[in-house]
Ligand binder design. Structure first.
Ligand SMILES: *Cc1c(COP(=O)(O)O)cnc(C)c1O
Length: 417
């Protein structure tokens, strides 16, 4: 959550005052948002849902992914990217990230097996996956591409909005994301048939409420319908998002310019796939090793990408242990249809990702940072780099009170000031 205020209060009050609290036949906020957001993204159909996690599952269902299928998931993402695959009855296969800390296209190519149906590029921490290479591989090897844009709302890859490049894009509007209604999510697709199945997954009664889709074949979806309060808040947030992203990008670029001299000392900006268009939500710094990264965050409290608590495969115990199903017979790991899928995981299967993640630092930006705070963050990065790379001792640097983050509470942003 970055910016929320009176306009959102007014929008919710309007919904209460009209008593039009249901999206079908009464209110128009959800439908209005869906149309506006689809146009903003440059896609055809956007379907709101109760969460980003369910949006991902609805996307799998929409594409017809299920038992017997493998889906490639990056080693570094919020675990919903992997659990959504299991929720659809398919098996997640975990593949390495590269120094951009997003899925490595070479690792995708190497991981494709006879059962692989799809790949989930996750635009982590507001930065973009290498979509050109990923789409080339996916088209050649006949994989669906499900973009997980939950952390990249408002961001673009080389001018095209995140989620509009693959077959489907999935979004979250929970409290920690760039645009928020407290909770919420949704799916973008330009395929009419996929959109119908997504709508049925989100609301098995969709055809009844809308009186549309007579030709579609309904099935037992779970039900994750959006509320008009969500739609009302998101209609305001959509007016704010470009300003939020611009401010974060500006801050990120100011910081990168301000710390350029540190390259000589061994601090590098992480190589990003579409720096000028991504969200700018963090400055990504690459240190030579994990020891240096630990010293860096001890001096300037910031985030080691591999140590956020639940964004790396080693922390997804439900997935790794195969305990993800509510009923044993619904457990994808036990389903006969999945017998030929790869179902074994180990803590060191993506050791290269762990090595990269444990030496990559995230320094979050914020659209309301003042010019002075940004200068203080530059100062803090310089101080922490000199300590991390052994040029001075901790006691010899002063760290200012700006930009510090409690990494144990860090989701996309919980910034302490
Ligand atoms: C937040 C997030 C999700 C899930 O979204 P919810 O709305 O919290 O269910 C999925 N994937 C990623 C990468 C996320 O950051």
């Amino acid at each position: 959550m970055y910016i929320i205020g009176q306009q959102e209060i007014d929008a919710v009050a309007r919904v209460v005052n009209t008593k039009a609290l249901f999206r079908y036949g009464l209110g128009h906020e959800c439908e209005r948002f869906e149309q506006r957001y689809a146009a903003y993204l440059g896609g055809k159909h956007f379907s709101l849902a109760a969460s980003g996690s369910y949006a991902l599952t609805a996307a799998m269902i929409g594409l017809g992914i299920g038992p017997g299928d493998e889906v490639l998931v990056p080693a570094h993402t919020y675990m919903a990217s992997a659990t959504s695959v299991l929720a659809a009855g398919a098996i997640p296969v975990i593949v390495d990230v590269d120094e951009s800390i997003t899925i490595d296209p070479d690792a995708i190519e190497a991981a494709i097996g006879p059962r692989t149906r799809a790949v989930i590029p996750v635009h982590m921490w507001g930065t973009m996956c290498d979509m050109e290479d990923i789409m080339e591989i996916a088209r050649r090897r006949k994989l669906f591409v499900i973009e997980d844009c939950c952390q990249a709302v408002g961001g673009s890859y080389k001018g095209r909005k995140a989620g509009s490049i693959g077959d489907v894009g999935c979004y979250s509007f929970n409290f920690y994301k760039n645009m928020t209604a407290g909770e919420g999510g949704g799916v973008l697709t330009s395929d009419d048939a996929v959109a119908k199945r997504v709508n049925c997954a989100i609301d098995p009664c969709h055809a009844f409420w809308t009186g549309k889709d007579e030709d579609s074949k309904p099935f037992a979806g779970n039900g994750a319908r959006a509320s008009e309060f969500m739609g009302a808040v998101l209609n305001v947030q959509l007016d704010r998002i470009d300003g939020i992203i611009e401010a974060m990008r500006r801050e990120r670029d100011t910081i990168l310019t301000g710390i350029r001299e540190l390259e000589k000392l061994g601090l590098r900006a992480a190589p990003l796939n579409s720096r000028e268009f991504d969200c700018g939500a963090n400055v990504f710094l690459t240190l030579p090793n994990a020891e240096a990264a630990t010293l860096f965050v001890q001096t300037f409290p910031s985030v080691i990408a591999g140590k956020t608590g639940r964004h790396t495969y080693t922390e997804w115990d439900q997935v790794l242990m195969g305990l993800g199903a509510a009923h044993p017979l619904m457990n994808p790991y036990n389903m006969p249809a999945n017998a030929e899928c790869r179902r074994t995981y180990s803590r060191d299967m993506c050791a290269r990702s762990l090595e990269i993640l444990n030496r990559t630092i995230l320094v979050p930006t914020h659209p309301e940072h003042s010019a002075q705070q940004i200068q203080d963050i530059i100062h803090n990065i310089k101080a922490a780099t000199r300590v991390a790379l052994g040029h001075v001792k901790t006691a010899e640097v002063d760290v200012r009170n700006a930009g510090a983050v409690d990494a144990t509470k860090y989701d996309l942003k919980v910034v302490s000031w």
